[in-house]
Design a protein around this ligand. Structure first.
Ligand SMILES: NC(=O)c1ccc[n+]([C@@H]2O[C@H](COP(=O)([O-])OP(=O)(O)OC[C@H]3O[C@@H](n4cnc5c(N)ncnc54)[C@H](O)[C@@H]3O)[C@@H](O)[C@H]2O)c1
Length: 379
């Protein structure tokens, strides 16, 4: 095979972005689209000049595609992916890979059996600052990690939440800021800092008329005794995006697009035990960080997925790593709703029970003014 024929399933805001971006992906051709909404399907099929299907199984069985990009609301990612693998197609799923850890487990199990490719659209992994940060953490330069921190203050208007019937409902989306906006940064946070073993979290609905959370925060415990804390919201302007990884020998801060690394000449523990001066502090300095060249954005992830199929290139965002953000998302919601500290891996049955209870309590959408517009910042 020297060209991958790709079908996009769900051609709303994001799916249309992926379909339009295909012309910039070497070795790939958009050959079909699918949307459950008949009018959307017809419009996008005509606009993109490829056959359109209103059912994902029809697209999968059409014989027109070797791989699919799934850009439907999150609940549909696992069942559609499983159908695709069972029929021999590679899968690039939008984030989050699922709504529950159990559904993510089922998805990963089906992928393992298939022997096919599975990637997740975590395009932040293509940004030079995060690639450089990962290299620093993996090199061990920071020493033993003792603290992690993630702060994600973003903004969404009520019009955003009103733009789709599925958005910000327990039945249609399965969560709020944690399941929709935070997965990108949660993925980077766990990519760099690993997974905690315990989560004590809170979820709140502060600014918007929605039934799910628009604010979440948590304290985290790690296996090595380190702790962490995180905050995510869609209520803040100007926005903030911060990750800190603090180790015995150095510190990393990624704030609003800037990466800073500090090195200590003597480790903190070593200094504290060995220094005789009462007010002594270990010497440290900022280290210049070399930024790698990297193609960025959604098309970089799609291009990597295509090269993984054609040339067995390693995936930048392997689908099974999508489970890490899911553990945090489910853990914080379960902790917030129960008031208890939650062990990681999250209890699958307990979270399934919670999400079913939350769905049963859902009042559905009180306000709806449909719009399907690709985020101008993420074309
Ligand atoms: N990676 C990113 O930067 C990024 C950005 C935005 C959205 N997303 C993700 O993309 C997904 C879609 O979000 P969106 O903002 O495009 O939503 P959207 O509502 O604009 O589009 C979703 C589309 O899926 C269609 N659909 C629903 N169920 C379907 C089904 N079973 N089969 C086929 N089509 C179906 C809908 O009719 C709609 O046209 C979400 O999972 C979201 O988290 C990712």
């Amino acid at each position: 095979m020297d060209n991958v024929r790709i079908g996009v399933i769900g051609v709303g805001g994001m799916g249309t972005g992926h379909a339009n971006g295909m012309k910039d992906v070497p070795g790939a051709t958009l050959t079909a689209v699918c949307d459950i909404d008949e009018a959307v399907c017809k419009e996008k099929s005509e606009m993109l000049e490829v056959p359109g299907y209103t059912s994902h199984t029809e697209l999968i069985d059409s014989g027109l595609v070797d791989a699919v990009i799934i850009a439907t609301p999150h609940y549909f990612h696992p069942p559609i992916a499983i159908d695709a693998w069972e029929r021999g197609l590679h899968v690039l799923s939008e984030k989050p890979i699922a709504v529950t850890v159990k559904a993510a487990d089922d998805m990963i199990e089906a992928w393992r059996k298939s022997g096919l490719k599975f990637s997740v659209m975590y395009q932040m992994r293509t940004e030079p600052i995060y690639i450089a940060a990962k290299k620093i953490v993996d090199s061990g330069a920071l020493g033993d990690i003792y603290r992690t921190c993630m702060i994600m203050g973003w903004y969404r208007s009520q019009a955003y939440y009103d733009s789709g019937g599925w958005r910000a409902t327990w039945t249609g989306e399965g969560g709020g800021v944690l399941i929709n906006q935070a997965p990108h940064l949660l993925d980077i946070f766990t990519w760099l800092g690993g997974l905690p073993t315990k989560i004590k979290g809170e979820v709140r609905t502060n600014l918007h008329e929605i039934e799910v959370e628009d604010e979440a925060f948590a304290v985290l415990d790690y296996a090595n005794g380190a702790h962490g804390y995180l905050y995510a919201s869609t209520t803040e302007v100007p926005g903030v995006q911060l990750i800190e990884i603090c180790g015995n020998k150095g510190k990393l801060r990624i704030q609003d697009g800037k990466l800073t690394q500090w090195d200590l000449t003597v480790g903190i523990k070593e200094h504290s035990q060995g220094a005789e001066e009462m007010w002594g502090v270990p010497k440290g300095e900022e280290v210049p960080v070399e930024m790698p060249e990297s193609a960025t954005g959604h098309t970089a992830i799609t291009a990597n997925f295509v090269r993984a199929i054609l040339e067995s290139e390693d995936l930048i965002a392997p689908g099974e790593e999508g489970l890490n953000a899911m553990e945090l998302i489910n853990g914080i919601i379960l902790s917030g709703k129960s008031g208890e500290a939650i062990d990681v891996p999250v209890d699958r049955d307990r979270y399934d029970k919670l999400i079913e209870d939350l769905k049963a309590s859902s009042k559905g959408k009180t306000r709806l003014r449909e719009q399907r517009v690709t985020d101008p910042q993420h074309q």
